[in-house]
Design a protein around this ligand. Structure first.
Ligand code: C2E
Ligand code: CA
Ligand code: CA
Length: 385
C-alpha cells in the first residue's frame, strides 16, 4: 500500500527473518536497476525498515512505528539498504516519518498558527503589510521551526493541504485589517505541481472577501527552474487576477537575470545574507545597490530582508531599497498583536513625520535639500529610539 508521496508498506506472511531479508534485498536490487527516461539513464534508490510480529509487536500501529524507526536507521546508515528493528533503536533520534504523522494531525487539530511580520516602506516609514509565517507548537516537543517542517510537508505530500490552509487563514486575517495593508504568503514550489493552485487562490480570496491586489505571493527560484513554462503560465493567471508576485530570497540561489525577464515581478526580496553583512562588507553593499537599481529600473519594489539594526536600516535605505522587513521593526507576531503594533508604529513614525514635514518643505524651498534629508534622518532615528 502507498502511505505518502514516496512511502510504501508491504505486509508479508513469511516463515522467518531470512525470508524477509531475501525479499528486501530483491526489492532493492530491482528498484536500483537503471532505466531509460527520455533517452537518459535514471537510477532510483530505496531504503527499507522491517518490523516482525509478534516478536517486535503485535498491534499494527506499533509495528508500523517500529518499521519506520528501522527505515530511519537504514537511511542514516547510507540509504539503499534494509534494517531490522531493534529495541535499542527506539531510544535513538525519532524518524521524520513520525514527525510527518504528527504534522498531519497537527493540521487537523489546529495546532498550527500563522504569525505576521510587518514590511515597512522606507520612504513613508509606514507599514505596507505583513508576511504570514507558519508556526507549529507541539505539545511535547515545543516550537518546531518552519525550516524543519516545511520540507517534511513537501516530502510527505502534505504541502498541498498545508498551503491551502495558510492561504485561507491569512486571507481571512488580512480582510480584518485596514484596507491599505497587504498580506504576503509563501508558496512552496510543490504547490505549483498541483493543477488547481489558481482555483485555490480564487477560492481563498472569495471566501475572505479580500481584494486580489492586497494579496502578495512569494515564490522562490525553483518555481522558475522546473517546469518553468507551466509555472510561468500559472503565475500569469494569478497576476491577471490582480494578485502581486514577489521573488523571495533573491541572491541566495542562481539569481539569474533571466528570471527577472521571464516574469514582471512586483517585488524582489533581497536575501537576508546580504543585509546581514551590509555594514561590514563593501561587496555586500555594492551588490544590494546593484539589485536595488536593477529593480527600480524594472519598476519593482526592493525589500531588504532580515534588517536587525538601525545601522543596517540606514545602509539598505542609502543603497536604494524601497522597503524593509526585520527584527528592527518587529519579530513575527500573533494576529492579536497587529492592531497594537500598527498604533505604536504610527505613533513613532507617523507623528514625527507630520511634525517635520512642514519644516522640511521650508528647507527645500530654501534650496537646502541635503539639510532636509539630514533632519528627516535624525528625526527618524530619535523616533526609533
Ligand atoms: P522566508 O520566506 O525568507 O521568511 C523570512 C524568515 O526570516 C522568517 O523565518 C523570519 O522569522 C525570519 N526573519 C525575519 N526578520 C529577521 C531578522 O531580522 N533576523 C533574522 N535572523 N531572521 C529574520 P521563519 O519564520 O523561521 O521561516 C523560515 C522559512 O520557512 C521562510 O523563509 C519560508 O521560506 C518558510 N515558510 C514560513 N512559513 C511558510 C508557509 O506558510 N509556507 C511555505 N511554503 N513556507 C513557509
Ligand atoms: Ca518569504
Ligand atoms: Ca526570504
Amino acid at each position: 500500500s502507498r502511505f505518502g508521496g514516496d512511502e510504501f508498506a508491504i505486509v508479508m506472511d513469511g516463515k522467518d527473518a531470512k525470508e524477509v531479508a531475501a525479499l528486501a534485498a530483491r526489492l532493492l536490487e530491482q528498484i536500483n536497476r537503471p532505466y531509460k527516461l527520455d533517452g537518459r539513464d535514471v537510477v532510483v534508490s530505496a531504503s527499507i525498515g522491517v518490523a516482525i510480529a509478534p516478536n517486535d509487536a503485535s498491534e499494527g500501529d506499533v509495528l508500523l512505528k517500529y518499521a519506520d524507526i528501522a527505515l530511519y536507521r537504514a537511511k542514516a546508515d547510507g540509504r539503499s539498504n534494509y534494517r531490522f528493528f531493534e529495541a535499542a533503536m527506539d531510544a535513538g533520534p525519532q524518524p521524520r516519518g513520525n514527525l510527518g504523522t504528527m504534522l498531519r494531525s497537527a493540521l487537523a487539530a489546529n495546532q498550527l498558527e500563522l504569525h505576521y511580520q510587518p514590511l515597512v516602506d522606507l520612504q513613508t516609514n509606514e507599514a505596507t503589510g505583513f508576511e504570514a509565517l507558519l508556526r507549529w507548537t507541539h505539545p511535547e516537543r515545543g516550537a518546531i521551526l518552519p525550516s524543519e517542517f516545511i520540507p517534511l510537508a513537501e516530502d510527505s505530500g502534505l504541502i498541498g493541504a498545508l498551503g491551502e490552509w495558510v492561504l485561507h487563514e491569512a486571507c481571512a486575517e488580512a480582510a480584518t485589517w485596514p484596507t491599505d495593508l497587504t498580506v504576503a504568503i509563501n508558496l512552496s514550489p510543490l504547490q505549483f505541481a498541483s493543477s488547481n493552485l489558481v482555483a485555490i487562490v480564487i477560492h481563498a480570496l472569495a471566501a475572505s472577501g479580500l481584494a486580489a491586489k492586497r494579496l502578495e505571493l512569494e515564490i522562490t527560484e525553483p518555481v522558475l527552474l522546473h517546469d518553468s513554462e507551466r509555472n510561468l503560465a500559472t503565475l500569469r493567471q494569478l497576476h491577471d487576477l490582480g494578485v502581486r508576485i514577489s521573488l523571495d530570497d533573491f541572491g541566495a540561489g542562481y539569481s539569474s537575470l533571466r528570471y527577472l525577464r521571464s516574469f514582471p515581478f512586483d517585488k524582489i526580496k533581497i536575501d537576508r545574507a546580504f543585509v546581514n553583512e551590509i555594514c561590514d562588507n563593501a561587496d555586500c553593499r555594492i551588490i544590494v545597490r546593484a539589485i536595488a537599481e536593477l529593480a527600480s529600473g524594472l519598476r519593482m519594489v526592493t525589500t531588504a530582508e532580515g534588517v536587525e539594526s538601525a545601522d543596517q536600516l540606514e545602509k539598505v535605505r542609502a543603497e536604494g531599497c524601497t522597503e524593509a522587513q526585520g527584527f528592527v521593526f518587529s519579530q513575527p507576531m500573533q494576529s492579536s498583536k497587529i492592531r497594537d503594533f500598527l498604533a505604536q508604529h504610527q505613533r513613532l513614525y507617523g507623528a514625527s513625520l507630520e511634525r517635520w514635514s512642514s519644516f522640511r518643505n521650508l528647507l527645500i524651498e530654501a534650496g537646502l535639500e541635503k539639510a532636509a534629508r539630514g533632519f528627516a534622518e535624525a528625526d527618524r532615528r530619535r523616533a526609533a529610539g
